[in-house]
Design a protein around this ligand. Sequence first.
Ligand SMILES: Cc1ncc(COP(=O)(O)O)c(C=O)c1O
Length: 483
Amino acid sequence: MKPFYQKQLAERTPEHPPEHSKGAPPLTAKLAPWMRKLIEQPTLLRSWFDLYGCPLHVVVRGEFKRNVNDLLQAFVSRNVEGGLFFARKPNKLPWFVKMANDQNIGVDVASLEELQETLDLGVPPSKIIVTAIGKDKDILLLAINAGCKIVIDNCDELELVHTLSKSTNQMVSMGLRFSGFEVNGCKLFSRFGLPISDSYQIISSIKDNPLLNLEFLHTHLDRYDILQRACAARALIEVADTASKLGCHISFIDLGGGILVRYLDSEDEWNVFLQSLYASIKGEIPSFTYLNDGLGYNKIGAEIIGQPNFYPVWNTFSKERFITGILDHSQQGVPLHRELSQRKLKLFFEPGRCLLDNAGITLTKIVFRKRDTAGNLLLGTKINKTNVQPFSTEFCCDPIILSDKPRQSSTEGAFIVGNMCSEGDLIYLRKLQLQHLPQPGDIICFPNTAGYFAHHLETGSHGSSLPKNLLLDTDDWAVIDSI
Ligand SMILES: Cc1ncc(COP(=O)(O)O)c(C=O)c1O
């Protein structure tokens, strides 16, 4: 007779028949070569759990360097001057800030703490751009006294900078952040930035204060859209021309971050997943999401409304292709790169996520298997959803389960749940397809987590400390540093 716990796992409740339980169509992660090699060594990973605890975020530096070079190549290929400020907000580790400095690119900081640490790490102030939202006197004084570049988001900030420039008698290197660009006759919504329609008055008000050096114009657009960025760039070029007539020399335009990353291996898988999700929400095929979550879709009567709320994990315009796509955007036959180079205007971006592409993974262990009251198979893990949290509803990239020994084969899908005392602590809302039934102690690897997923929003579970971060040497798998 089977022991009680094995019976529990084998049983299915009547309202959850077997054909419902295979799981979502697979979304195979794009894996960097170092990740492929590392996941072949579960014993090594286990030894890190013993030394540093579980879960763990593991990062490498080589990929960051490769990403910097690839992005810069896009500028060289189009003969555009400018470069990158690494937006450090997607990853709090100082190692990448040092890498940015070693690679001779700038750093974008989003808080007083990030600014202070970036200065302490030896980044030259002139290569730091302060984009923080809600800049108060403390961060502005530090930035002004150090000589960093300051992005002004609103009139109160501008007023404060006026006042502080006078009280410190310091030159302020600053830029204006604008929003409200028109694309195909529609105004792009944003809560950030000054209205571009007010640019003339704003610039006129600045030029009376000789301590304010209006050096650049800035924007950051939320959507991953090449056309929107090209339109914004053209509008900012016009503002730069106006500023020049008003006697302000704009030396660069900064288009912010949001350069795309591709997370998946296969376009087909992505399309099948999207079609299957729609069909499952419509009720044409069995649901594969937790409690029938629409992941952005809603079913009202027979109608499906809404849009899936996902990062575009498959795309053909990632990284340098995104930049060249913007630079090649043509208006009346003139590509954007020519408009910039003719005026000797430099172009900068503030990439965060894409410089961290392929640079990290997150590891944890399976702690238990069980069924919920609906009969779903659950894999309990030593992690909570904030440790690998996307901004969108779901991270559409499958984890990898690593076992030391062969496991019983299984065609049943499972939900991966976290260790917070909350019904909603699911790591994925998708039921994941399994080939084998993992056992407690087996490892789960979440690929490509260094940009945002790991520790951007993370909390420990119920007082437990945050996961440790390991910096890895991919030549010999030595842990160079841990934080
Ligand atoms: C002003 C600004 N710059 C840069 C970034 C980085 O964006 P990403 O990591 O998508 O490249 C952000 C992200 O929110 C931002 O708000």
